[in-house]
Design a protein around this ligand. Structure first.
Ligand code: NAD
Length: 365
């Protein structure tokens, strides 16, 4: 490997803890600085990580920083990303890519004209869980895929997140928050989406922050909190998706793929290395699939390491801005379908990202 990519993180809230935990094992990357609009938090985190505390402006102006990791809230993703690209830095951002395709399109256009990369979470799909399911599917272990079912639900993130207001603003809700894990996985398994139908609704129940210094604060709910969708892939596979902040208890399966000869229960795509399971017409008891693909022992930031190596070797990176844009358009289209009571055709498309072979390390690729 050549010189490591020097990285600055912008936005050091809750999820940054997981990136800091995996940084020491991420190849080809050197974390050098952090920045946040909260200066006290920046200083505290920088001291704990042994890196420089900068303002956002200072970080973006620093010519020694090659790439930024954007862990701000959804409403700031595109603005911060555009500023970073304009400053000549590659960008890897948390999901969703932006609030809308209209907002996010200029980000990809600027990456194109500057020759810089845009990558996006979720990179959980590069772990052994979803990649093993993909490998089994591609090997024909359940015959030809016909359909898939996704159900993700919870009562709401205010139960555990200390600062959950953004989850109830545009760019949040169960669709824009959890949808990217499942839609990215569905595209990884079956390829691009061509049309969607959706129905989105919300209850009137009062929500308050339940933990941390803001506990008791009322949460304004400006997004739908229960979404059901029908998704048609170009390959002909039909996926159904339910994502909800309205569910106190469920027995629904999380994520299943149905084929002509069996079923794969796909690992939780919000995590990297849970097991995937299989049951077939000949062996109808579910059993764990032996791990057969994916980055082993991966954590948040592997998509960035994959992008760093892709920059070095001049190949496409897997957790790409284009994939995140297609996911963003699908989420937006589900809401348009719900509002306008019609089937919505997708404008964008994307190739299935390259599989991650078992044993691969980002530095090998
Ligand atoms: N919390 C999780 O478990 C989790 C999991 C996966 C992904 N994510 C994603 O990570 C992102 C951040 O989530 P979080 O839970 O860490 O939120 P958070 O509110 O805990 O942290 C966000 C941080 O960004 C800072 N910030 C906001 N706007 C900024 C700006 N314009 N410039 C600089 N800093 C800014 C805030 O001050 C805060 O410190 C979101 O997109 C979320 O969807 C969160």
């Amino acid at each position: 490997m050549g010189q490591p990519l020097t990285v600055g993180i912008i936005g050091v809230g809750k999820i940054s803890e997981q990136y800091f935990a995996s940084f020491p094992s991420l190849p080809g990357l050197e974390l050098v600085a952090v920045a946040d609009i909260d200066a006290a938090r920046t200083a505290e985190v920088a001291a704990a990580q042994g890196v420089r505390a900068l303002t956002v402006d200072e970080l973006l102006a620093d010519p020694t920083i090659d790439a930024i990791v954007n862990l701000t809230i959804p409403a700031a993703h595109v603005e911060v990303g555009m500023r970073a690209l304009s400053a000549g830095k590659h960008v890897f951002a948390e999901k969703p890519l932006g609030l809308s395709t209209e907002e996010a399109a200029p980000l990809l256009a600027l990456a194109e004209t500057t020759g810089l990369r845009v990558g996006s979470a979720p990179d959980t799909v590069l772990g052994t869980g979803v990649q093993t399911a993909r490998d089994a599917l591609d090997a024909g272990l359940i015959g030809a895929p016909v359909g898939a079912q996704v159900h993700w639900s919870a009562p709401g993130h205010e139960r555990w997140h200390p600062s959950p207001l953004f989850y109830y603003q545009p760019g949040g809700g169960p669709l824009f928050d959890m949808g990217p894990y499942y839609l990215t996985s569905l595209i990884t398994l079956f390829g691009p989406i061509v049309r969607v139908t959706g129905q989105a609704t919300r209850s009137t129940r009062d929500r308050v922050v339940e933990t941390g210094p803001l506990a008791g604060t009322a949460i304004p709910v400006d997004v739908d909190t229960h979404i059901a969708a029908l998704i048609e892939h170009a390959s002909g596979v039909t996926s159904t998706l339910t994502v909800s902040f309205e569910v106190w208890a469920t027995r629904s399966p999380l994520f299943e793929v149905y084929g002509t000869a069996g079923t794969i229960a796909v690992a939780d795509p919000n995590r990297f290395s849970d097991p995937s399971e299989i049951a077939t017409k000949d062996e109808p008891e579910f059993r764990e699939l032996p791990v057969s693909a994916g980055y082993a022992d991966a954590g948040r930031g592997y998509g960035l390491a994959d992008m760093a190596r892709a920059i070095e070797t001049d190949r496409p990176h897997r957790a790409s801005g284009e994939l995140a844009f297609h996911v963003l358009e699908a989420m937006e289209a589900i809401l348009v379908s719900s509002d306008e009571k019609r089937v919505v055709e997708m404008s964008s498309t994307v190739e299935r990202p390259a599989p991650v072979p078992l044993g691969a390390r980002p530095e090998d690729w």
